[in-house]
Design a protein around this ligand. Sequence first.
Ligand SMILES: Nc1ncnc2c1ncn2[C@@H]1O[C@H](COP(=O)(O)OP(=O)(O)OP(=O)(O)O)[C@@H](O)[C@H]1O
Ligand SMILES: [Mg+2]
Length: 383
Amino acid sequence: MRLPDVSQDLFTTPLRTPLPKRLQAQLLHQHSLVVCEDADLTDAEKVYAECGQQCPLSWEECILPHRMKRCVKIGEGTFGEVFSTTNAAGETVALKVIPLEGSEKVNGEDQKTFGEILPEIIISKELSHLKEKQQNQTHGFIGLNDLHCVQGCYPPEFLKAWDAFDQRKGSENDRPGTDFFEKDQLFIILEFEFGGVDLENSNGTLASFVVAKSVLHQVTAALAVAEQELHFEHRDLHWGNVLVKATREKTGTFLLDGEAHSMETKGVLVRIIDYSLSRLEIDDLTISCDISNDEELFMGQGDYQFEIYRLMRQENGNKWSSYHPRTNVLWLHYLCSKLLSMKYKSSGGRGGKNAREELARFYDDVLQYSSATDALQNCPMFW
Ligand SMILES: Nc1ncnc2c1ncn2[C@@H]1O[C@H](COP(=O)(O)OP(=O)(O)OP(=O)(O)O)[C@@H](O)[C@H]1O
Ligand SMILES: [Mg+2]
């Protein structure tokens, strides 16, 4: 018997619930203290409200069998597995699947609680909504299509896709099989637009330095727009968190303080992802991740990425709720170094040589700027 096609309704649930008004509070996540004026709502209720649900769904209600069958694992991190599949409109989407609230450690870490996942949910929605804003608008952050909380065993199709990825690339994560999770395990599923391939995995596939320059321009513009609208700092913008996909569109547009701008895509669209360390403000609500006591994060060696966490701490004096947009500039400096060291399909001729020189100059100069907005407006590479 075929299951009724309930996904149509599920995938068209309005994204913004009336919840944010009820979240007039200071949220500090990860090492998580959630102080909320509206003490009558539990963290679980807030997450369900964001999902437009009252209780968890079954996997089958959330992802129809024929879509399950099409899933391919495309990425992983400490907290999540990411699968691609198609949605009701036939578009490719990315499902980030995060186990929640269980007592078992996953990939060596405690599972996130409802309170700890809430900031990532709210930040993903806010940045996705920057596409529609009147004053500060950008498409540079990954679109969030939908969001669900499910309960039950990891679906066999996902496990098959997990095993295929493990054989293809090798996984660092625990296999999420029936022997690992209980039958009543909870998961959050964030359905994102498919953003392409992350920069770390696109080494050698970008056409030339001309494309690299556009990537940096698009990232800087997206950060600048989010700074202006939300006092946003990404705080973890390593090259696994910048996606690129091919486009036929020649130009990309954005609005900064009501003024329209365009930039050349050079055939690629950039999408920024992964907000687990990010910081922003919505009216009186500040969302930030207090990593002040996360010793390990500040001890990394061997790549400039790990230096950036220490430089951010110097910048903000280990106060992670306050706004220091220069952290975005630190990540731009890091990204520029990656783009300069990446392999490209071709030299790109004279244009490629010029773009390489401009990137090298950007690398030398960008640290003088106070924010991505400052860099966007004053760096000659973007004129
Ligand atoms: N929307 C998307 N489109 C295409 N690929 C994606 C998308 N989202 C994630 N990925 C892939 O999955 C990988 C892991 O995703 P992500 O960075 O969101 O999770 P993570 O690193 O586990 O995050 P966390 O820090 O919360 O544990 C990415 O590096 C990327 O390769
Ligand atoms: Mg990541």
